[in-house]
Design a protein around this ligand. Structure first.
Ligand code: SF4
Ligand code: SF4
Length: 406
């Protein structure tokens, strides 16, 4: 598969062509809408994260990746860049299809004015621009190392203790807030080594549990090479003072996970944010069974698939001065629960020459082989069962420290 992909224009299809949309997420649904608005019919969606039993979306068939072999190789394929990351780790899946496109211009030029337009209006522009930013280095070669997102953990503490927290908060017996000097030093090193981060995601635990998190948020909104700073909160804390003030910025989006009765200050938080003009979005969660540490016996092929199909296998995470490839790896290693895996982590407390740090970040971000953590993770892909979210436990879960070979 060519590493560069063309931007789609309507003249790329003629009547009778079979058009396929890769993915079923927000961008894929917007792409489907935009194509239909131009009178272009979509033959099917293909989704590597296909949920069991889903066979149709927006009136169009959804097929699993195993069906790819049956598709006409001359199909015109428009793909979600997020899925591209996943497919790029499985190039054999796409190499049959030379007519591969991104839909950046298509989405930017579409008018989403019908009542059935997908994705909430306030989220739509952000999703399209995030997609466009992801596609940019793949549309034309720039030699850039631009990160799709970076998770910045400001605390290990949470106001809830969910037994299946995929960030493993249920295992922290003595959670601490992040050392802000260390965090700022690490951030500066990352930003000096890469060509930008599209989106910072501020999280914990519960980020508003750290009353000094505003200092971090101001630093992140101040980076010119970023478009958005998203704060993930569980709706239990209404920030005050400097922390609340730091949210009043056009780059900020507060994403509230609505856990119903557990999110006891949800409405108050929404009202406060609205009153200050802060953009926010509240969503009910859907959880997969991905929040336990324990060795899973898999063949080497199964382990590779667990990694390549994982929906967070490029979610770089900055935690306590170290950079990891995914939140599970970050927290399991931070808890000391896994065997040593020096290739899976970059210690940003070390003074790296910027070029060497860039090479290391590039290698971690574009990694093709499973992490040590994957052996102890249930995975996060379309085969992972969904579970009841936010079941609470009173005490931290016992932590079994895994010894020996990863
Ligand atoms: S899933 Fe639960 S425990 Fe984990 S960060 Fe969110 S609210 Fe906290
Ligand atoms: S440890 Fe592996 S499978 Fe688990 S979340 Fe991270 S990348 Fe995905």
């Amino acid at each position: 598969m060519s590493p560069y992909i063309k931007d789609f224009t309507p003249s790329d299809v003629t009547s009778g062509d079979s058009v396929v949309v890769f993915g079923t997420g927000d961008v894929a649904q917007l792409t489907h809408y935009a194509l239909r608005s131009l009178g272009i019919q979509v033959a099917c969606f293909v989704d590597p994260l296909l949920m069991d039993g889903v066979t149709e979306l927006r009136g169009t068939a959804v097929v699993a990746p195993r069906e790819l072999a049956r598709l006409d190789a001359e199909s015109t394929c428009l793909i979600d860049a997020w899925d591209h990351t996943r497919y790029a780790r499985q190039p054999a899946l796409l190499e049959r299809f030379p007519r591969l496109f991104f839909g950046v211009s298509l989405l930017r030029q579409a008018t989403f004015d019908r009542a059935d337009a997908p994705v909430p209006t306030e989220e739509r522009g952000r999703r399209i621009e995030h997609y466009a930013a992801q596609c940019a280095p793949l549309l034309t070669y720039t030699g850039q190392l631009r990160l799709r997102s970076l998770d910045v953990v400001v605390t290990e503490a949470c106001s809830m203790r969910c037994v299946d927290c995929s960030n493993l908060m249920q295992y922290y017996a003595h959670p601490r807030h992040s050392d802000l000097d260390e965090l700022h030093g690490a951030l500066e090193r990352v930003m000096a080594a890469v060509d930008g981060v599209d989106e910072f995601r501020v999280l914990g635990g519960e980020p508003f549990a750290n009353p000094r998190a505003g200092q971090v948020i101001r630093t992140l909104t101040g980076f010119e090479d970023s478009r958005r700073v998203v704060i993930y909160t569980n709706g239990t804390i209404v920030p005050r003072g400097d922390l609340m003030e730091s949210l009043v910025h056009p780059k900020i989006l507060v994403k509230i996970t609505d856990y119903g009765e557990h999110s006891r200050r949800h409405d108050e938080l929404c009202a406060e944010l609205t009153g200050r003009g802060v953009t926010w979005l509240s969503q009910k969660p859907v959880w997969t069974d991905s929040g336990r540490i324990g060795r899973i016996e898999r063949s080497p092929q199964e382990l590779r698939r667990t990694f390549t199909d994982c929906c967070v296998n490029d979610l770089l995470t900055l935690l306590n001065g170290r950079l990891y490839l995914c939140p599970f790896s970050a927290n399991a290693m931070n808890l000391g629960a896994l065997p040593a895996a020096p290739d899976d982590v970059i210690d940003l407390r070390t003074e790296w020459p910027s070029a060497e740090l860039r090479t290391r970040i590039d290698a971690l971000y574009n990694r093709r082989t499973p992490l040590t953590a994957c052996t102890y993770c249930r995975g996060r892909d379309h085969t992972t069962p969904t579970i009841l979210p936010a079941v609470q436990v009173r005490r931290p879960l016992p932590l079994t420290v895994v010894q020996g070979r990863g």
